[in-house]
Design a protein around this ligand. Structure first.
Ligand SMILES: *[C@@H]1O[C@H](CO)[C@@H](O)[C@H](O)[C@H]1NC(C)=O
Ligand SMILES: *[C@@H]1O[C@H](CO)[C@@H](O)[C@H](O)[C@H]1NC(C)=O
Ligand SMILES: *[C@@H]1O[C@H](CO)[C@@H](O)[C@H](O)[C@H]1NC(C)=O
Ligand SMILES: *[C@@H]1O[C@H](CO)[C@@H](O)[C@H](O)[C@H]1NC(C)=O
Ligand SMILES: *[C@@H]1O[C@H](CO)[C@@H](O)[C@H](O)[C@H]1NC(C)=O
Ligand SMILES: *[C@@H]1O[C@H](CO)[C@@H](O)[C@H](O)[C@H]1NC(C)=O
Ligand SMILES: *[C@@H]1O[C@H](CO)[C@@H](O)[C@H](O)[C@H]1NC(C)=O
Ligand SMILES: *[C@@H]1O[C@H](CO)[C@@H](O)[C@H](O)[C@H]1NC(C)=O
Ligand SMILES: *[C@@H]1O[C@H](CO)[C@@H](O)[C@H](O)[C@H]1NC(C)=O
Length: 590
């Protein structure tokens, strides 16, 4: 919009300040780093290209909806991605507006707002921190076109978290997600929770997008998804490497209505796994890329590819930049009063030692017990143990460790890309619990495309009784994928699952042996879905929801099993799942 000429003369100096202030508040320019300037987008350069007082004055559309994330007691990250109706080089200006009520006219009372700009430099991502909020409070928010206040986005909603020392918090709940693979199926798992309105927050522990090709794949191992039959071919229709390609992939995912609805209704807390960058990443490469000439893909080195992926991630997701000059750190803790801490770690991209790259399986098998091997690097490990110890000092009751890969020791799976490939790191986590007598640790995991519920024990299971659970150091809740195909097996000819009996047989085998997989109490691999984690002063309850059909968009889900962990019991309550499940197999009943 062009300011009236008379006013323009008066305010032209001021306008410079305003523009710079408004670009400053768009955190997308800090992606992926606000301190290493060359990694972010230079705001000064952006401003030089634009007439400073002029922004786009046409209609804006909001095809990717709205989102909020990383709630704190007094602030939150708000996100949208406006699209101008006509191609236009000018910046886009939006006013974010936060209100305690949802409604138009008088029932909408804006209490936090700001006019902020976005440009093509950041793919029109718009990411701001709304501040000055009250703890434990539900708010509504929207984005209005600065040029036309009637041109507004859909209204979103979020809840701030309690203050750290608040001991009046009686409950908090999360829907926990992983592995949402667009061409493999519909995101019913997201839509169901939004429609039920059954939790406070959404947590995603990684594989929010997939980088590989969704159509016409040649290599069955690296790429077996095909979205053609359900009209879900992700764009671009190729494996992605460049910044533009990662951005386009996010745009495909975020056009999904169920994903949009869950983002609209809940603040999310996310950490990435491997596929936000590439398959089976570790600190220096992935299954199909690294920094040698041979391993770089069409000229894109792994290091460049990772930077591209991370930049697009920060642009598209409502996550705070934690300390991005520190190797793109995203590990961070959310404190829900004295009831719970959600300690989110990055076992994947930050500083993981060599993983299973398919051609290194035997190598990793040979070194998996080496003491120095780490999933996190020393700095993050020390931080994690500090958080675990510190929270017990502060008195937060539940310590939830939000992370990517399956933690339990599973001989019959032996996935050396999971904690089983880094056994000394697992031992150090359990040592921290043991040495400091830390109660109420719950590890939550994704990555595996199946459900696994376990007590936590040392690999040698010293002192652990699989029947009673005594001697356990906590509990792991690992969830299946939103839509990624079962790791128990998938019929690629049929492009669909095997019959249910097949999965029951696999799960029985996994829990049916008294000497192996001992801490595993429930395994299920037939359904896609998520679990809800409800924390209270007396117990933590996990409700696992299974979705049999993701090849259509539908609301059908089954409550497969409910698990309870009593305060300070540090093990699953017996009988596990009340002795009754509607899918998979329980140890003891197999
Ligand atoms: C706010 O109200 C509008 C109009 O009734 C409705 O469409 C929208 O879903 C509401 N948003 C939230 C987050 O409740
Ligand atoms: C890089 O990838 C290529 C191709 O996959 C592989 O042959 C090579 O060993 C890898 N190099 C390193 C250093 O991992
Ligand atoms: C690599 O480049 C060639 C030639 O441009 C192209 O055909 C191929 O699809 C590219 N491969 C990937 C994985 O992008
Ligand atoms: C421990 O917790 C307190 C209170 O949250 C915080 O101020 C302090 O920095 C924490 N210490 C460490 C080592 O994390
Ligand atoms: C089992 O492992 C723990 C942790 O490494 C160790 O402290 C303990 O001595 C081991 N017990 C036996 C019987 O080997
Ligand atoms: C996979 O599906 C195809 C096509 O329906 C079927 O012929 C084949 O028997 C299935 N394979 C298994 C192992 O069930
Ligand atoms: C249990 O697993 C062990 C180790 O793999 C194996 O030797 C044994 O035969 C299994 N027992 C049964 C009943 O399958
Ligand atoms: C768990 O805690 C909730 C909230 O206090 C309570 O309603 C529920 O009955 C408890 N469940 C069990 C099994 O104790
Ligand atoms: C819902 O899913 C369950 C479990 O697969 C199935 O038994 C039931 O028939 C489905 N219901 C509908 C209405 O599709």
């Amino acid at each position: 919009m062009l300011a009236p000429t008379s006013l323009l003369l008066v305010v032209s100096t001021l306008a410079v300040t305003l523009v710079s202030a408004s670009i400053t508040h768009n955190l997308a320019y800090d992606s992926p780093s606000f301190r290493v300037r060359s990694l972010g987008t230079d705001r000064g350069e952006v401003q030089k290209r634009h007439k400073r007082w002029e922004y786009y004055d046409g209609e804006l559309k909001f095809p990717y909806g709205v989102a909020s994330g990383d709630p704190w007691p007094d602030s939150v990250i708000l996100w949208t991605h406006p699209v101008p109706s006509t191609l236009d080089p000018r910046p886009v200006c939006l006013e974010y507006q936060v209100s305690p009520t949802n409604g138009t006219g008088e029932s909408w009372s804006t209490l936090a707002s700001g006019q902020v700009w976005t440009t093509s430099d950041v793919d029109y991502s718009y990411k701001v921190e709304a501040t000055g909020l009250q703890p434990k409070t539900t708010y509504y928010y929207r984005f209005a076109n600065c040029a036309d206040e009637t041109n507004v986005s859909p209204v979103g909603r979020f809840k701030t978290i309690p203050e750290e020392w608040d001991d009046q918090v009686e409950d908090v709940s999360f829907a926990v997600y992983s592995c949402s693979n667009y061409p493999f199926g519909f995101f019913n798992a997201y839509g169901n929770v939004a429609r039920k309105d059954s939790v406070d927050y959404a947590v995603h522990v990684g594989d929010y997008i997939y980088e590989y090709q969704g159509d016409g794949c040649s290599d069955e191992n690296a790429c077996y998804g095909d979205g053609r039959d359900i009209n879900r071919v992700p764009q671009p229709n190729k494996e992605i490497f460049t910044l533009g390609e990662y951005r386009q992939r996010y745009a495909t995912y975020r056009s999904d209505p169920d994903l949009q609805l869950l983002h609209q209704l809940h603040a999310w807390q996310l950490v990435w796994d491997d596929h936000e960058v590439a398959d089976n990443t570790w600190k220096s490469g992935s299954a199909d890329s690294n920094d040698t000439i041979k391993g770089s893909y069409n000229g894109t080195s792994f290091t460049q590819r990772k930077a591209n992926a991370v930049k697009a991630y920060f642009e598209w997701l409502p996550i705070r930049t934690v300390d991005t000059d520190d190797k793109l750190r995203i590990w961070r803790t959310f404190k829900f009063g004295t009831l719970a801490d959600m300690i989110m770690i990055d076992t994947r991209q930050y500083n993981r030692d060599l993983t299973d790259l398919y051609y290194t399986t035997a190598d990793v098998e040979a070194i998996k017990n080496d003491d120095p091997r780490s999933l996190m690097g020393g700095r993050q490990e020390n931080w994690l143990y500090g958080q675990m110890r510190n929270v017990s000092t502060r008195g937060a009751q539940w310590k939830i460790i939000g992370q990517q890969i399956v933690f339990a020791h599973l001989e019959l799976v032996d996935d050396v890309d999971a904690w089983d490939g880094y056994t000394a790191n697992r031992r150090r986590v359990i040592d921290t619990i043991h040495d400091n007598a830390i109660d109420n640790v719950i590890v939550i995991s994704g990555d595996s495309h199946a459900n696994w519920v376990s007590d936590i024990a040392y690999d040698n299971r010293t002192g652990y009784d699989r029947t009673t659970g005594s001697g356990a150091y906590g509990v792991e809740f690992a969830g299946t994928g939103v839509s990624s195909p079962s790791s128990f097996g998938y019929n690629s000819t049929l492009n669909g699952p095997y019959p249910p009996a097949y999965y029951t047989a696999v799960s029985q085998k996994l829990v049916g042996n008294a000497t192996v997989n001992q801490e595993l109490q429930w395994a299920e691999g037939a359904t896609r879905g998520y679990f809800e984690l409800h924390l209270s002063r007396t117990n933590a309850t996990a409700k696992y929801y299974g979705i049999a059909d993701v090849r259509t968009r539908n609301t059908n889900e089954t409550l497969l099993a409910t698990f309870v962990v009593e305060d300070k019991a540090n093990k699953l309550s017996r009988p596990v799942a009340g002795g009754e499940v509607k899918g998979g197999s329980l140890r003891g009943s197999a």
